[in-house]
Design a protein around this ligand. Structure first.
Ligand code: TTP
Ligand code: MN
Ligand code: MN
Ligand code: MN
Length: 383
């Protein structure tokens, strides 16, 4: 179902927040091909190029096989079709042309490259971004074994620290890069996807704990779960309380409580927040690792990534929209607000730029209305 006025949505808009984007589309293999090129650029630190690919992929993924949904109605079989779409530059058009001509992958050399493989592997570890991955690579490390030997066996004094610049600026006092050992140890657990039932159970357990601390809180499970993914790589929950005063400091209190009750599991990262370089918004948040307690019927001992976000009540729906994503959808709400409305949008609030007046929409729909966007159901925000 597509509960909105289809005619007003525009698959050819250059803003992802105006395009209905389903989870899967008929152009998945083309999108996958372009995503390898995007990843390669991102791993090499060519962020602008990576973003161009991400935009192109988003437009192509938004392509949908049914006209009535207003999304791009064709399976892309020629570059000519794509050239009419937004966000497809000549370089990417050439890649599409090459791919659609014979459906043969142009990315084999990338995939075969030892460097690409090592960078992909390292950046798949929680807390390691492209910059750190490149540093590890430049130290001659290529495999997980290399990393384990390097961080497990050798003494700290014998290796150069990664602490200068890059993703990891802070290192734990006196511990050097030892969090990498913990990240390595977490790796297998974090690679296991989380089914929807477990996402819901995690949310229930956390909500019960929160209720003991501060009754009357409300929450929404956001992220990929809310966009309809059958499995998630982490769980994202936005919380608020009708009384703004009660939200302050609640995040820390909840994390302490989860820790005391044996559900919080990231002590080895003390002082190192792997995502501390992403200043998306000013909301109170905790990016944690969580385990369901033994008392839960779904207890499995697997450590899960859990993001807890606390919003004051007046910006709750703004936070819910931002954290529902997708990342591209959120990015383009930001861009749209700036370009068309001279407003500033992020998960922590919406303000008018010329006088900084803040707006406090009372529902999710009111946020769309305020930003003069047509309503798009969360399931269709997979840009
Ligand atoms: P993620 O949890 O990173 O991604 P996801 O839930 O879409 O997909 P996955 O199943 O892989 O977890 O981020 C959720 C949304 O939150 C995403 O749209 C981006 C947004 N976000 C912020 O607004 N601020 C942040 O600091 C981060 C890390 C994400
Ligand atoms: Mn998520
Ligand atoms: Mn994620
Ligand atoms: Mn997350």
């Amino acid at each position: 179902s597509f509960p909105t006025d289809i005619a007003k949505l525009d698959y050819a808009s250059r803003y992802a927040c105006q395009r209905p984007s389903p989870l899967v589309c008929p152009n998945q293999s083309l999108a996958k091909e372009l995503d390898i090129m995007r990843r390669s650029r991102a791993l090499e630190g060519e962020e602008r190029s990576a973003l161009s690919y991400a935009r192109a992929i988003s437009v192509i993924k938004g392509a949908h096989n049914s006209r009535i949904y207003g999304a791009y109605p064709h399976r892309i079989t020629s570059a000519h079709q794509v050239s009419k779409l937004p966000c497809i530059g000549t370089k990417i058009e050439a890649s599409v042309m090459a791919y659609t001509a014979d459906r043969r992958s142009q990315t084999e050399t990338i995939l075969k490259s030892e460097r690409f493989q090592a960078l992909s592997l390292f950046s798949s570890i929680y807390g390691i971004g492209p910059t750190t991955a490149r540093k590890l690579c430049s130290l001659g490390l290529r495999s997980l074994d290399d990393l384990e030997i390097y961080y497990g066996v050798e003494r700290a004094s014998q290796r150069p620290s990664l602490a200068q610049g890059g993703d990891i600026v802070e290192s734990n006092e006196g511990l050097g890069d030892s969090w990498i050992r913990i990240a390595l140890e977490l790796r297998e657990d974090l690679a296991i996807q989380i089914p929807r039932a477990e996402v819901e159970e995690m949310s229930r357990v956390v909500m019960d704990e929160l209720d003991e601390l501060e009754p009357g809180c409300v929450s929404t499970i956001v992220g990929g779960y809310r966009r309809g993914k059958s499995e998630s790589s982490d769980v994202d929950i936005v919380f608020t309380h009708p009384d703004a005063e009660r939200v302050k400091g609640l995040c820390r209190r909840l994390v302490r409580r989860l820790h005391e009750h044996g559900m919080y599991n990231l002590s080895g990262f003390h002082g190192h927040n792997p995502l501390r370089n992403t200043h998306w918004d000013s909301l109170e948040k905790a990016l944690t690792v969580f385990t369901l307690p033994k008392s839960s019927s779904l207890h499995n001992g697997i450590r899960r990534r859990l993001d807890l976000i606390f919003a004051p009540p007046e910006v709750y729906w703004t936070a819910v929209i931002g954290w529902t994503g997708s990342i591209m959808f959120q990015r383009d709400i930001r861009q749209w607000s700036k370009d068309k409305l001279a407003m500033k949008f992020d998960s922590s609030g919406i303000t008018r730029r010329y006088d900084s007046k803040a707006f406090y929409p009372k529902t999710e729909k009111e946020v769309f209305d305020l930003l003069r966007l047509e309503w798009i159901d969360p399931m269709w925000r997979n840009a």
